[in-house]
Design a binder for this molecule. Structure first.
Ligand code: SF4
Length: 105
């Protein structure tokens, strides 16, 4: 049976695997290491408009609204004012994705 005809193939392609998450986090760690070697802090990335996150938003089901109380502004991966250590491109403080990790008070 052709999995594309019954929609199973297309569903599988939208599910993030643990491997996807680890790959994205490894790429981000690499980008941060390069930035550190170049003397660029994560805040410097945000100010320069070049966010270090490399995982596509779709992979982590990023949304520009909160998931209950969970949102970027209270996530350890958030870089104010609008970057993320994991997700590629700009994010908003009220956003949310599957890599959310709460800041420890
Ligand atoms: S919730 Fe997701 S997009 Fe927002 S800062 Fe955390 S990891 Fe990044």
């Amino acid at each position: 049976m052709d999995s594309k005809k019954d929609g199973i193939g297309s569903q599988k392609s939208q599910v993030m695997t643990r491997r996807d998450l680890l790959r994205g986090m490894a790429m981000t760690a690499g980008a941060l290491a390069v930035g550190a070697a170049a003397g660029i802090s994560p805040i410097g990335f945000a100010e320069a408009g070049k966010c270090p996150g490399m995982t596509p938003k779709a992979t982590l089901h990023y949304q520009d609204h909160p998931n209950g109380a969970e949102h970027c502004a209270v996530c350890t991966n958030f870089i104010s004012p609008g970057c993320c250590k994991v997700v590629a491109g700009p994010v908003v403080p009220a956003g949310y994705c599957l890599a959310f990790s709460p800041k420890v008070a």
